[in-house]
Design a protein around this ligand. Structure first.
Ligand SMILES: [Mn+2]
Length: 235
């Protein structure tokens, strides 16, 4: 069993130079892991993602084709929706073949008990934004906005959300440690968090806790191979 864990790429709906550099790095990463057993995308792959019934944004085309070719290589993709891409729809399950999770999951991988979450449902700083994101009426209203305008609004809201949650950094950490401690008491072997954008990995008494970091500044990822979890930085 060989599986990889990534999160918080925050791919934006733009063709800016920094996005192209990120895309190139991601393409090399996907090529490198092709054929492994599984890729766990632990949320916020996109800075903002909203799927219409018949449309997906063309600025996501490259990332979507990379995921499709990865899935076709035999690597199973598990996608945990984050707070920035919570609105992803059935395109990922039907066209790409990924398994979608909208909440934290308890999974057994190679005999080890994993607790995997994007994290915002436990440590969310901005409850108003979370409520709007998950409100069915808001989602329905959003469908009526022209996609070009909807994506502009989405980008502004998503960026505002980022600033708010980073301000509350220290509170987030206390909450994360509380959850990790709880999960270890519940006999999990590996606890995986994302969302915080700061990579951390702790191996203690045969247990692992990993905060996956991001691909905005750190390009960090987790690897689980032959029963051992480790974290690395992609160059
Ligand atoms: Mn997040």
């Amino acid at each position: 069993m060989k599986a990889y864990f990534i999160s918080d790429q925050h791919f934006r709906n733009s063709y800016e130079k920094s996005e192209k550099i990120k895309l190139d790095k991601f393409r090399r990463f996907v090529e490198h892991i092709k054929g492994c057993d599984a890729l766990f995308i632990v949320g916020d792959l996109f800075h903002f993602f909203f799927e219409y019934k018949t449309q997906v944004p063309k600025t996501c085309f490259e990332v979507l084709t990379m995921l499709k070719s990865l899935q076709d290589s035999g690597t199973k993709i598990y996608y945990f929706a984050g707070n920035h891409d919570f609105w992803l729809g059935d395109f990922f399950s039907e066209q790409i073949g990924a398994t979608i999770y909208k909440h934290a999951q308890s999974l057994v991988i190679d005999g080890k008990k994993f607790f995997i979450t994007h994290g915002d449902e436990f440590v969310a700083g901005n409850k108003v934004f979370r409520y709007i994101l998950r409100n069915k009426l808001c989602i329905r209203l959003f469908y009526f906005i022209h996609p070009d305008i909807a994506y502009k609004i989405g980008a502004i809201v998503a960026s505002g959300c980022g600033i708010l949650s980073h301000k509350r950094g220290q509170i987030l950490w206390i909450k994360v440690y509380r959850i990790v401690n709880q999960k270890f008491l519940e006999n999990y072997d590996v606890v995986i968090f994302a969302h915080i954008h700061s990579p951390h990995w702790l191996h203690l008494k045969n247990k692992d806790v990993a905060i996956l970091g991001d691909w905005v500044r750190h390009f960090s990822y987790g690897k689980f191979e032959k029963g051992k979890f480790k974290m690395f930085f992609w160059k």
